[in-house]
Write a new protein. Structure first.
Length: 71
């Protein structure tokens, strides 16, 4: 209560943490449910190709952007 956080922000952080724990994805600032996410470095290129055979957006070699995984 002393931190002064908006309740929606607390829920967003919890959703992001669960997404990271379950799918090894990272979320950008101000991310909302259903928006694109980043693959973390924990996912190898070979594994990424199996998980996302259609590919991903990669504006930089170290950034891999994909749609948010379902549940």
């Amino acid at each position: 209560m002393t931190t002064g956080r908006n309740f929606d922000e607390v829920l967003r952080v919890l959703d992001s943490l669960q997404l990271t724990a379950k799918h090894r994805m990272a979320t950008p600032a101000n991310w909302k449910q259903g928006e694109d996410v980043f693959m973390t470095g924990a996912i190898t290129e070979d594994e990424a190709k199996k998980l996302y055979p259609a590919g991903w957006k990669s504006p930089k070699p170290y950034i891999r952007i994909v749609p948010q995984p379902k549940a």
